[in-house]
Design a protein around this ligand. Sequence first.
Ligand code: HEM
Length: 143
Amino acid sequence: MDLVRETWNIAREDIARVGVVAFLSLFEKYPETQNIFLPFRGLTVDELQHSARLREHGLRVMLTVEKCIARLDKPEKLQDLLHDLGQKHVEFNTKVDYIDMVGPQFIQAIRPVVKSDWTPEVEDAWEDFFKLLIYFMKEAMCF
Ligand code: HEM
């Protein structure tokens, strides 16, 4: 997970944009996910790009990523944080499948920011990291 920590320090410089890009590509690929955010229903890509709400959620996700990285050495705290977040997403009507879909979009959004430091090993490390994050969120959503 050292590779995640190191590349996060590069990606975090552009976190607001990374969050927006990741959710725009999620909405493009899986249009039904846009409707989960009630105020986004019917908005165009251009309107979404300028939405403070989308920027806010993107930032929240990125801040969660940051907190999780800080808790990688404290698995119980990491688990508590993500269980709590998973439960909240049930209340937000977010299906378990949507949580699965967002990991690859984030990896695609982070990659161009990390630029030449992005390697296949870095990609593997981020995939593992998102699997962990998503696993704990989903654990709380399924039971
Ligand atoms: C790794 C994945 C995700 C993380 C880490 C994450 C994180 C967060 C956080 C921290 C909040 C604020 C919670 C609070 O108010 O206490 C939030 C709210 C919310 N999330 Fe997520 N989220 C993720 C994925 C998704 C997905 C895939 C969707 C829907 C397709 C979604 C929909 C929402 C909605 C509707 C809210 C309600 C508040 C708002 O409009 O911002 N989230 N999320």
